[in-house]
Design a protein around this ligand. Structure first.
Ligand code: ZN
Length: 135
């Protein structure tokens, strides 16, 4: 079951300039920064009610986020939904014909298991499923 929008991922050129901007915008402090080496991203998180904003900056000049910004500019990169059981949702979506970007959930930022769904199969929006990793 999809439970809520867990976070919205926003691609930015640099966290150093984006973090203070989002702190001003949201009126709240960034509560966590984390680098996910396997995905090549630096992340920064903000709480907005029961959802979050995740800023994503590329670790390297040819990383996925850097290439995304080159093509589309800074802005919304993905929508992440919290799911109760990531394996069963992955199977359900696969059966429905959605294209998953990994066969198995991967460890993501903020203590989550994550799986991405190709935007080609969702009408242009990169979708992330995520489930808490701490149990
Ligand atoms: Zn995300």
């Amino acid at each position: 079951m999809f439970q809520k929008i867990e976070h919205i991922g926003i691609a930015v050129k640099s966290l150093e300039s984006a973090i203070p901007k989002y702190e001003q915008l949201l009126g709240t402090s960034c509560y966590k920064t984390e680098t996910v080496e396997t995905e090549g991203v630096h992340t920064a998180f903000f709480k907005v009610g029961e959802s979050k904003i995740e800023l994503l900056a590329s670790v390297s000049e040819d990383g996925v986020i850097a290439r995304y910004i080159e093509k589309k500019g800074e802005g919304i990169h993905h929508i992440a939904y919290a799911v109760e059981d990531i394996h069963s949702e992955m199977n359900r979506l696969k059966d429905e014909g959605f294209i998953l970007l990994s066969e198995e959930p991967k460890p993501g930022a903020d203590q989550k298991w994550v799986c991405f769904v190709h935007p080609k199969s969702t009408g242009g929006v990169l979708v992330e499923l995520c489930m808490d990793r701490d149990e």
